[in-house]
Design a binder for this molecule. Structure first.
Ligand SMILES: Cc1cc2nc3c(=O)[nH]c(=O)nc-3n(C[C@H](O)[C@H](O)[C@H](O)COP(=O)(O)O)c2cc1C
Length: 462
């Protein structure tokens, strides 16, 4: 298998969030007046990422509004989110090698239809699909799916594990060589090579089989970004890539060691799971210029928006009555992402930040690390993190799109290539090949006893 990772090279993913990862990026004079429902916006980003030989483009998602305080804060640009699978399907036609990773929630989807959409994306793109498995954090999503409240944290993850398991069973329901398309016999597929799913679990009942052959990658690449104990346990068991973000090299190295250890404890090779940490690069001609852009961006975030975005990280907590120049107050337990709350609290304490300072920091970077400097400095920092064992690669969350992704691709990527830290051409075609991940064996390979005839075939004609 073509394998870029074995050569000691890092992976790079592009994460376009709205018109830029920074909450105020779209307001900056450098930002294109982009319309987030215009496929041309995503096409430009995808073409830049592929020009930069990125492993993949990843679309974040939520099927509802995030909990922020007040209607003004709701009017933020990242309220606009289109269905990622549809957007990536369109992008598959204008790209050739770039991996395409869609976020799909296990709390607010059904595994059969999610597996079907992802398998379709994998077929349409010729084996470039990935799935960012999220359990979702916002209550509004629950309200859009007939529930009064989100599932509790433990139930979310119990549902998520079963959901992924069912999706994999759906993908395995056709053997790789199931389709014979035999014109002579009139049989399109070999019925012995198509299996029932026959799943009846605590959360889902799925008969199967899939309505299409096994995806080209076997299974689309499974990505996970939950940072709680339950999230990490699930990642160690079933994820092939993990998105994370860290304010410091030390916390990234500690996280990397912990998670890779958990992967090994599950009996999987360390390399079976890649760890990608999110960074916001601000690349300019000089360090001073880059820092000035970072400051300009921060100043563009209204204080109320910053406080309410921080509140969102804590389950919609209202910071309005607190002294913005005082410390981060104690926050009652809530149902939002535990991993990011811990990181924010620790970061504020370590840096001695006031409430408004940590709020602006979180609102701007959404806890991804900002790297402001020259192309050389940004490349140095990525190389330092990669060599220190902090990450297998990086999720590039450009603060202003598409310009700052282009600056990264044109400025930083050639330096990483010159140092042998990043590929100089695509060697593989599929996302698995870019990442050096094996095609997963089907549960039916070598196990004829597992074959269950699809229920529907067994029915007698009336
Ligand atoms: C780089 C990155 C990208 C993420 N993208 C999403 C996303 O698109 N949608 C989402 O609901 N959560 C996203 N998350 C958040 C986690 O998936 C979230 O923490 C999880 O749903 C809650 O699990 P936890 O309590 O285990 O952290 C992302 C996190 C990171 C670090």
């Amino acid at each position: 298998m073509a394998d870029d990772v074995a050569a000691g090279q890092m992976s790079l993913f592009a994460m376009p969030m709205g018109s830029g990862a920074h909450a105020a990026g779209w307001r900056h004079p450098l930002a294109a007046p982009s319309r987030l429902t215009d496929i041309g916006h995503y096409r430009a980003i995808a073409e830049i990422a592929e020009r930069g030989l990125f492993d993949a483009l990843f679309l974040a998602d939520a099927q509802g509004f995030r909990p922020v305080a007040g209607r003004e804060a709701y009017a933020a640009v990242d309220a606009v989110r289109m269905d990622p699978v549809t957007v990536l399907g369109a992008l598959s036609m204008v790209t050739d090698r770039l991996g395409l990773i869609a976020t799909l929630s296990t709390s607010f989807n059904e595994p059969y239809s999610a597996a079907r959409r992802l398998a379709t994306l994998d077929h349409v793109s010729g084996g470039r699909a990935g799935w960012n498995v999220v359990t979702s954090t916002t209550e509004n999503e629950a309200h859009n799916f007939g529930r009064d409240a989100h599932y509790g944290h433990a139930e979310r993850y119990a549902r998520a594990e079963e959901f992924v398991e069912v999706a994999r069973a759906v993908w395995d329901s056709w053997d790789g060589d199931g389709v014979t398309a035999d014109k002579a016999s009139g049989r399109y597929f070999d019925p012995d090579k198509v299996h029932a799913v026959a799943h009846a679990g605590a959360h889902f009942r799925v008969a199967g089989p899939a309505t299409m052959p096994r995806p080209p990658q076997g299974h689309p690449v499974i990505v996970q970004a939950g940072a709680s104990e339950a999230g990490l346990a699930m990642a160690a068991r079933m994820a092939e890539a993990v998105f994370t973000s860290h304010p410091s090299l030390e916390s990234a190295v500690a996280f990397y060691g912990l998670l890779k250890g958990q992967v090994e404890a599950m009996g999987r090779p360390r390399d079976a799971l890649k760890i990608l940490t999110a960074v916001q690069p601000i690349v300019a001609e000089t360090t001073a210029e880059a820092v000035a852009i970072a400051d300009e961006l921060e100043a563009l975030i209204p204080t109320e928006l910053a406080l309410s975005l921080l509140g969102m990280q804590f389950g919609g907590f209202d910071f309005a009555g607190f002294d913005p120049d005082g410390p981060l107050p104690a926050i009652p337990p809530n149902n939002a992402s535990k991993g990011s709350q811990t990181r924010i609290i620790e970061h504020a304490a370590r840096e001695g930040m006031s409430l408004v300072q940590i709020a602006r920091h979180v609102a701007g970077g959404r806890t991804s690390k900002t790297l402001a400097g020259t192309a050389e400095e940004v490349a140095d920092e990525l190389a330092r993190w990669f060599r220190a064992g902090a990450a297998d690669g990086f999720v590039i969350a450009a603060p202003i799109l598409p310009d700052m992704l282009a600056q990264f691709v044109d400025g930083v990527v050639p330096i990483l290539q010159a140092r042998g830290l990043f590929r100089d051409r695509y060697r593989g075609r599929t996302l698995r090949e870019h990442l050096g991940l094996a095609v997963p064996a089907s549960r039916h390979d070598g196990h004829p006893e597992r074959h269950v005839e699809p229920e529907i075939w067994q029915r007698k004609k009336p």
